[in-house]
Design a protein around this ligand. Structure first.
Ligand SMILES: [Cu+2]
Length: 504
């Protein structure tokens, strides 16, 4: 309990000293709006200052000069403040909710208890509207994590992760990987969402490994639906694209010197999108995926990140100029998804050169061997019912859809009962054409089979399962309690693509 006194951060005193500005939409709040005294009295322990204070509130975010969006943020900024923790050293965090909607703040990628994880489905209490919740936990494991809202958005494009509730976490460990001169954090995020009824965009950056039976099943279901006159289910598109909250060309460039080794910590904070990144003339040496050091750090020309995925990669600055570090999609980059990398002494128009097509294969960073056999295999088949839930695609795992109504947290029963200490293999079969970045709460998993080939050693908490493909991951049940498993694509998780594991 004494540990947190030594880790207190002085800047938080500033937050406590700020006054007023509790009004919704007040542009001057600077993220330090006054907290509700009633909530403070009921939840705070006298004499124990929090190490971190976060305020959830509506605020304007200037993503380019005179281009200001309105969204819900942490501390009035996008992205939320970088929280640097020390692995194993307890922290206390006060989360103030200055909105009229109960909120959940999820500590993505950390091995925490269900009480603080930030998922109502696991039983984490809500941060009350106009109230506050104080939590304590021991950050682990080390590496790049993040925090984000875990509210259901459904058809509300202002809610859930369509909002600006995303912030990076870095947990410093005893053994920091790699040798580099400095770190740069990049949070990728879109604003201005709207619905469309287009078909799904085919993305072929994963190794080809279509399973015929899955494709036949998926296409048959889709054809039957369209034959009945159903339109395609809703998809979400965006107007504005940003890195660290600024559109390409409108933020501070990443300023580098020739010969420097820059460690980029990239976080895909999107609600729904898969992103790519390239830096013309440079390679990314990937040293960690989802914050976990990889067994085989190798150089790649392009990074691909599903929703909520993180990549830590070192770039050796050996190609002087002014470059665009940006998304491969011209349209997205044209609407802001990029950031300028500027070498010292160079002043010219930033240059973009499209890279050659490149396949993203997690196994490249792993060991070419079979992982230890699991104690049990759990087969999961992901299916889509086109436009079946009020025009939204309805999703199911083994024909079971997670309830999506008001009472869903009471209705949801754990579908899988695990035993502590056992190693489980999730053998996932994707019977849809969509790529699903699936996520397991409060645990990491090891990738054990990709595109039909065995692999080992890559530890993650999100993995993209390609359209009509199969992926296997193993995890050890070593953090008891309800454990949520879901697709991290907000439209998918909100419409059935979710389940619960349980063990004591
Ligand atoms: Cu999905």
């Amino acid at each position: 309990m004494n540990g947190r006194f030594t880790s207190r951060r002085s800047f938080l005193k500033l937050a406590g000293a700020a006054t007023g500005a509790g009004l919704l939409g007040s542009g001057a709040s600077l993220g330090v709006a006054a907290f509700a005294p009633r909530a403070l009295q009921s939840a705070a322990q006298p004499g124990h200052a929090a190490d971190y204070v976060l305020h959830i509130a509506a605020s304007p975010v200037e993503i380019a000069p005179k281009h200001i969006v309105s969204t819900i943020t942490y501390n009035g900024k996008f992205p939320g403040p970088l929280l640097r923790f020390k692995e194993g050293r307890q922290v206390a965090v006060e989360i103030h909710n200055d909105t009229d909607t109960p909120e959940q703040l999820h500590w993505h990628g950390q091995f925490v208890s269900t009480d603080v994880d930030g998922a109502a489905e696991e039983g984490t209490p809500y941060i009350p509207a106009r109230g506050m919740r104080r939590i304590e936990f021991t950050p682990r494991p080390s590496g790049l994590r993040f925090y984000h809202t875990h509210n259901r958005a459904g058809a509300d494009l202002h809610a859930g992760q369509y909002s600006g509730q995303v912030g990076p976490v870095y947990i410093e460990g005893r053994n920091e990987p790699g040798n580099y001169d400095r770190e740069v954090f990049l949070v990728l995020k879109e604003f201005g969402p709207s619905f469309s009824q287009g078909g799904d965009m085919a993305m072929d950056f994963l190794p080809p490994a279509t399973v015929k039976e899955l494709k036949t099943a998926g296409e048959t279901a889709m054809k039957a639906s369209l034959a009945k006159g159903m339109p395609h289910g809703y998809e979400v598109g965006y107007r504005d694209f940003t890195i660290n909250g600024r559109m390409l060309g409108h933020g501070e460039p990443v300023r580098v010197k020739q010969g420097e080794r820059v460690l980029f910590h990239v976080l895909n904070g999107s609600a729904t999108e898969i992103r790519s990144l390239a830096l013309p003339g440079h390679m990314f040496k990937v040293i960690a995926l989802d914050g976990n050091a990889v067994p085989t750090p190798v150089e790649v020309p392009v990074l691909w990140l599903g929703t909520a995925e993180r990549v830590s990669a070192i770039v050796e600055m050996n190609h002087p100029g002014v470059w665009i570090l940006g998304d491969l999609a011209d349209d997205d980059r044209g609407h802001g998804m990029g950031i300028v990398v500027e070498y010292a002494g160079r002043k010219q128009k930033p240059l973009w050169i499209a890279p050659k097509p490149f396949r993203w294969n997690y196994a490249r960073f792993g060991r070419h061997e079979a992982a230890p056999a699991p104690d049990e295999v759990i087969d999961m088949t992901f299916t889509k019912r086109n436009a079946a839930d009020g025009g939204f695609n309805a999703w199911a795992i083994n024909d079971l859809a997670f309830p999506s109504g008001e009472m869903r947290n009471d209705m949801a029963k754990p579908a899988y009962h695990l035993r502590q200490g056992k190693r489980y293999r999730l053998r996932m079969h994707n019977a849809s054409d969509d790529i699903h970045p699936v996520h397991l709460h409060r645990h990491s998993f090891e990738l054990t089979r990709l595109a039909g080939l065995a692999t080992a050693g890559v530890m993650k908490d999100v993995v993209m399962v390609g359209g009509y493909q199969e992926v296997e991951v193993d995890f050890t049940a070593d953090n008891p309690g309800l454990t949520l498993f879901h697709c991290h694509q907000q439209l998918h998780m909100d419409f059935g693509f979710m389940t619960l594991f349980d063990y004591v």
